[in-house]
Ligand binder design. Structure first.
Ligand code: HEC
Length: 108
């Protein structure tokens, strides 16, 4: 009897642990970090004539298309030179949006 309670408690605890770690996995996404490891190769250097993060006027002009269009072009790629998903194949649409927002915030 005592043992079964302990086992139940254990199972309950590990279930809770699973749920909480699944949540923290989402929370752990760091737009700035992902930008540095994927997008920076082009957007930090201007490689392939990419708009450099920090170039205020460049991003002001692009933002005139609207944030949704910028995010859509990040997901689908643009003109054959901006690769689909910016080469971040693991990034979800929402995560790509967070990175684009980070890039815009860094270019004000
Ligand atoms: C291989 C180089 C390269 C990488 C890697 C890259 N980009 Fe780009 N990106 C470009 C180029 C080049 C353009 C300009 C395309 C044009 O205007 O024709 C561009 C344009 C953009 C734009 C502007 C789109 C528009 O509608 O004007 C956004 C937003 C963007 N990139 C986001 C990202 C994000 C987010 C990542 C990383 C997840 C990323 N890029 C990674 C090369 C790159």
């Amino acid at each position: 009897m005592k043992l079964s309670i302990t086992l139940k408690n254990l199972m309950f605890c590990s279930l809770l642990f699973c749920i909480s770690s699944a949540f923290s996995e989402e929370d752990k996404f760091d737009a700035a970090q992902t930008y540095k490891t994927t997008c920076f190769a082009c957007h930090g250097t201007g490689a392939a004539h990419s708009p450099e993060v920090g170039d205020v006027i460049e991003w002001e002009i692009r933002l005139e298309k609207g944030l949704d269009t910028l995010v859509k072009n990040s997901i689908n790629g643009l003109n054959g030179i901006m690769p689909p998903r910016g080469l971040c194949v693991d990034c979800s649409d929402a995560q790509l949006k967070a990175i684009v927002e980070y890039m815009l915030e860094s270019s004000q």
